[in-house]
Design a protein around this ligand. Structure first.
Ligand code: 13P
Length: 287
C-alpha cells in the first residue's frame, strides 16, 4: 500500500520504535526490501537518491516499478517512496512523478534559504497528501558526490524548521554516510536530546544508519528518532554475497551465469540485512 510517511512515523515516535528507510538501486533491491517488509509485517520507506533515480531511468520509472510490485506482489504493509537528499528542483520532479514523500536537503544553504524553500514545499506536500523531510546540519561523509563534515545541528535552527510544518526532521548529530572511520566520536546524544526537547512530537531522522553500534541506535530511538536510513550496509552485503558466488566459480557451473541465479545470493543478503535492521529498530509487526 503506497502511503506518505507521515502516519507511520507518528505511530513509530509514539510507540518508541523506528521505521527503516532502505535505499533502492534496481529491481532486485526493491523486491528484496518489499518482500522482507511484507514477511515481517513492517512498514517501510524506500529511499531514492537523485543519483539512484537517474540510474533507474528517472523518477517516473521508479514509481511505475514500485507501484507494479506493490500490486503484483500483494504488498499490504505501508510503503512510502521517498526522495533522499533532494534539491528543490528534484523535489518538484518527484512530486510530479508520484512519489509519496520527499526530503528537501537545504542543509548546505544558509538557514534563511533553507527556511524559504522548506516553507514552499510544506505547502505543496500538504496539497498532495505527501510527507516532507527537512534537514538541518549537514550529515557527514559522501553520498552521491555530496561531501559533508558530520556537523551537529543547532537545536534552535531545528526548531525554526520544525515549526514550518514538516513531517520529519533530519538533524546532524555527528552521524555520517558510509562506513564510520576508526576514530569516529560517536553520536552526540546531548545534541539529539536538546533537539527533541525543542521539537516535541516531531519524528526525528537518523541518517548514516550503516555501522552505528546497536546500543547507540537504541538510545537514539529512545531520544525521539523514528526513522533510520540505511544504504551502504545493503550494498556491502550484496557485494559480499555476489563476490562469494563468483569466487566459488558458481557462475561457470551449469546455467549459473543466468542473472536470476547470479543475483540471487545478493538478493538474499539484502533481505537478511533488512530483516536484522527491522528487528533492531523494533518495526516488526507494526504495519
Ligand atoms: P548509510 O549509507 O551510511 O547507511 O546512510 C544512508 C543514508 O543516510 C541515506 O540518506
Amino acid at each position: 500500500m503506497l502511503v506518505s510517511a507521515k502516519e507511520m512515523l507518528q505511530k513509530a515516535k509514539a510507540g518508541h520504535y523506528a521505521v527503516g528507510q532502505f535505499n533502492i538501486n534496481n529491481l532486485e533491491w526493491t523486491k528484496a526490501i518489499l518482500q522482507t517488509a511484507q514477511e515481517n509485517n513492517s512498514p517501510v520507506i524506500l529511499g531514492v537518491s537523485e543519483g539512484a533515480g537517474k540510474y533507474m531511468c528517472g523518477y517516473k520509472t521508479v514509481v511505475g516499478m514500485v507501484k507494479g510490485m506493490l500490486e503484483e506482489m500483494g504488498i499490504t504493509v505501508p510503503v512510502a517512496i521517498h526522495l533522499d537528499h533532494g534539491s528543490y528542483d528534484a523535489c518538484l520532479k518527484c512530486v510530479e512523478a508520484g512519489f509519496s514523500s520527499i526530503m528537501y536537503d537545504g542543509s548546505h544553504s544558509p538557514i534563511e534559504e533553507n527556511v524559504k524553500n522548506t516553507k514552499e514545499l510544506v505547502k505543496i506536500c500538504a496539497e498532495k497528501g505527501m510527507s516532507l523531510e527537512a534537514e538541518v546540519g549537514a550529515i557527514g561523509g559522501e553520498e552521491d558526490g555530496v561531501i559533508g563534515a558530520g556537523e551537529c545541528a543547532d537545536p534552535k535552527e531545528c526548531k525554526a524548521i520544525a515549526d514550518l510544518g514538516v513531517d520529519m526532521l533530519a538533524a546532524g548529530i555527528g552521524n555520517i554516510h558510509g562506513k564510520y572511520p576508526a576514530n569516529w566520536q560517536g553520536l552526540s546524544f546531548e545534541t539529539l536530546d536538546a533537539i527533541q526537547q525543542l521539537t516535541g512530537e516531531l519524528p526525528l531522522v537518523l541518517h548514516g544508519g550503516t555501522g552505528i553500534p546497536d546500543d547507540m541506535v537504541k538510545k537514539a530511538i529512545s531520544l525521539g528518532v523514528a526513522k533510520i536510513n540505511v544504504n551502504t550496509e545493503c550494498q556491502l552485503s550484496f557485494a559480499e554475497a555476489t563476490r562469494k558466488y563468483i569466487e566459488e566459480g558458481k557462475d561457470q557451473q551449469g546455467k549459473g551465469y543466468d542473472p536470476r541465479k547470479l543475483l540471487l545470493p545478493g538478493f538474499e543478503a539484502i533481505k537478511e540485512t533488512v530483516k536484522t535492521k527491522m528487528e533492531l529498530f523494533g518495526s516488526i509487526g507494526k504495519a
